[in-house]
Design a protein around this ligand. Structure first.
Ligand SMILES: Cc1cc2nc3c(=O)[nH]c(=O)nc-3n(C[C@H](O)[C@H](O)[C@H](O)COP(=O)(O)O)c2cc1C
Length: 142
């Protein structure tokens, strides 16, 4: 299986999460067709991929008004009808309902969204492990 990753990041945590996810998928014998920013998506990588993973970060006032950064850009990614997708969202303290908003934005591309997970910036390794584990469970139920 092949995955493309699309990332929105201000200070690097979401890129780190994406790198960890890519490494963990490769350990599961996946290949990565490309990793690019949401703003400049690698169209060839998306086209080649069986699965597109989109990651961004939580923007808000920490306890209220949280939203996934760049949600309109994500909703306006090239149409991905029929393509499987999933999303992840880094946060510091409280992401509110950002993951639901991110899933909704990704749905607007027409992708078949398998789900999404919040990844706490202080627990990148553990939470990316969990993300990959759940992703593989959803894609290949026992
Ligand atoms: C302007 C700004 C607003 C933020 N608002 C929130 C917030 O409301 N809730 C939260 O849990 N984290 C918040 N964060 C923390 C970021 O979501 C977190 O550090 C994230 O991992 C940043 O990802 P990045 O390093 O890829 O840019 C905020 C960060 C910034 C810079």
């Amino acid at each position: 299986m092949k995955a493309a990753l699309l990332v929105e990041s201000l200070t690097g945590n979401t890129w780190k999460a994406a790198d960890l996810i890519a490494d963990k998928l490769q350990q599961e014998r996946w290949s990565i067709s490309g990793m690019s920013s949401v703003g400049q998506p690698d169209l060839r990588a998306i086209q080649e991929a069986d699965l597109v993973l989109v990651g961004t970060w939580t923007h808000g006032l920490f306890v209220v008004g949280q939203a996934p950064f760049g949600a309109p850009k994500i909703a306006n990614l090239p149409p991905m009808r029929g393509k499987k997708a999933a999303c992840f969202l880094t946060f510091a303290l409280d992401a509110g309902k950002s993951i639901d908003k991110l899933t909704g934005a990704l749905h607007k591309t027409g992708a078949d969204v398998a789900g999404g997970l919040e990844i706490k910036r202080s627990h990148l390794d553990e939470h990316t492990d969990l993300f990959v584990e759940r992703l593989l469970d959803v894609l290949h139920p026992a």
